[in-house]
Design a protein around this ligand. Structure first.
Ligand SMILES: Nc1nc2c(c(=O)[nH]1)N[C@H]1C(S)=C(S)[C@@H](COP(=O)(O)O)O[C@H]1N2
Ligand SMILES: [Mo]
Length: 201
């Protein structure tokens, strides 16, 4: 049964309308959304840190990060501003490769993603461990564009897309949860698009 016009459009485009979360509509385009400006990144000075509740904190150069084993996946993305984009193909490094290097402590339960210009986002660690999560360097078979987070962005499945920090520079593992940039601004901490957790706790 269709819930409404947006679901009919999804079906007309040849997809299962059940893939569209409530209150969303399908877009073929990929809108660009962020606070502030697109940062300038120099790969020669870029670094990536994993720190916090880990046995072995690390700091990788771009060359070291780029040498890590690669993974690919395909997923639907859902923005809190109501657009959804199906079947986005991401390529990059899965958290499990970094996890092997840093060895999370048993106390590690939450993640704060740190991006350029002080942007942060928070998720429980199991969302970063998900097979569909990725530290992405590519989308749809091409390197990320700067607007979409080049050289590195987070992709977190099962959450509104604001959790997926662009221009990612570090992962902090924590024992307790800590609200990120948009969460402090009033967005819902859990951000489940199927439960329409858009704003407020
Ligand atoms: N560094 C950074 N990452 C960010 C944001 C931001 O403001 N800064 N905004 C988030 C929001 S609100 C959304 S909807 C997505 C948008 O990603 P896109 O521009 O690739 O569609 O990026 C997320 N990641
Ligand atoms: Mo957003």
């Amino acid at each position: 049964m269709f819930r409404g016009r947006a679901e009919k459009k999804v079906a007309a485009a040849g997809y299962d309308s059940a893939r569209l979360p409530p209150g969303q509509y399908l877009t073929e385009k990929w809108p660009v959304l962020h606070a502030g400006s697109v940062p300038h990144t120099d790969l020669a000075t870029w670094d990536f840190r994993v720190f916090g509740e880990v046995e072995n904190p690390i700091r990788l150069s771009w060359d070291e990060f780029a040498a890590l084993p690669k993974a690919k996946n395909v997923q639907d993305i859902h923005c809190v501003t109501r657009w959804s984009r199906f079947d986005t193909r991401f390529g990059g490094v899965h958290w499990r490769e970094l996890s092997k290097l840093v060895r999370p402590k048993p106390s590690a339960r939450f993640v704060v993603a740190h991006a350029e210009q002080g942007f942060t986002s928070n998720v429980p660690l199991e969302f970063l461990e998900d097979d569909l999560a990725l530290l992405a360097t590519e989308a749809d078979g091409e390197p990320l564009t700067t607007e979409h987070g080049w050289p590195l962005r987070l992709v977190i499945p099962g959450k509104y897309f604001w959790k997926s920090a662009k221009w990612l520079r570090g992962i902090e593992l924590r024992a307790n949860d800590e609200p990120g940039f948009w969460e402090r601004y009033g967005y819902h901490n859990d951000a489940d698009p199927w439960r329409e957790e858009r704003y407020g706790f």
